[in-house]
Design a protein around this ligand. Structure first.
Ligand code: UDP
Ligand code: MG
Length: 174
């Protein structure tokens, strides 16, 4: 029996993807990879989450603009949010990154998502429509940042049960 290299990957549809109404196009394009979506949510990105997500780039000159971009500070309401997805399947990371295209949208294959829809802002940030984890360790770190175990419809990483006392939670009024 062949060993299947099943991987997870975090994909973010960034605020420019939402503003340009590209969500459907992007999901269709990514579906070519024949992977399984095991998590999906739309959320406002806090400054803390943005900085933690991109922490390996914190010494780059574009870090401030990058944090602003992922938080929707360039695209404004109601696009100041991202769609976060978790994909699972054989060699998921390579397959998704190939469809996403190179980081620099000017260098990306024109038929990739970034090549077709990305741009470089006047401040020099690559507004490249999607994020995709680049290796399994990064994927694990990122997925654990963006999702709780309860939001993932598969057992992907070990979990444990804890009992919380007096935790405030928002629930529907009726
Ligand atoms: N980025 C940028 N300029 C650069 C490199 C990166 O604006 O020279 C932005 C771009 O939006 C990219 C993100 O920072 O998607 C994260 O960079 P990374 O090197 O991790 O590229 P990715 O994994 O997204 O291809
Ligand atoms: Mg990266």
């Amino acid at each position: 029996m062949t060993d299947k290299n099943v991987q997870q990957a975090l994909v973010l549809i960034k605020p420019d993807g939402l503003k340009k109404s590209l969500t459907g196009n992007i999901l269709t394009k990514l579906s070519e990879a024949k992977l399984c979506i095991v998590g999906a949510r739309v959320l406002h990105v806090s400054e803390e989450l943005a900085k933690e997500h991109y922490k390996q780039l914190s010494d780059k000159p574009f870090f401030g603009e990058l944090v602003k971009y992922i938080r929707g500070g360039i695209h404004g309401e109601p696009y100041d949010r991202v769609m976060a997805l978790v994909y699972q399947g054989e060699n998921a990371i390579d397959k998704l990154r190939k469809i996403a295209g190179s980081t620099n949208p000017e260098e990306a294959d024109p038929v990739s998502i970034r090549g077709a829809y990305g741009r470089i802002t006047t401040k020099g940030v690559y507004e490249n429509v999607v994020h995709c984890s680049s290796d399994p360790a990064e994927a694990e770190r990122e997925i654990k940042l963006w999702f709780t175990p309860d939001e993932i419809a598969a057992d992907i990483y070990p979990t444990k049960k804890i009992v919380l006392d007096k935790v405030e939670q928002t629930v529907w009024e009726k």
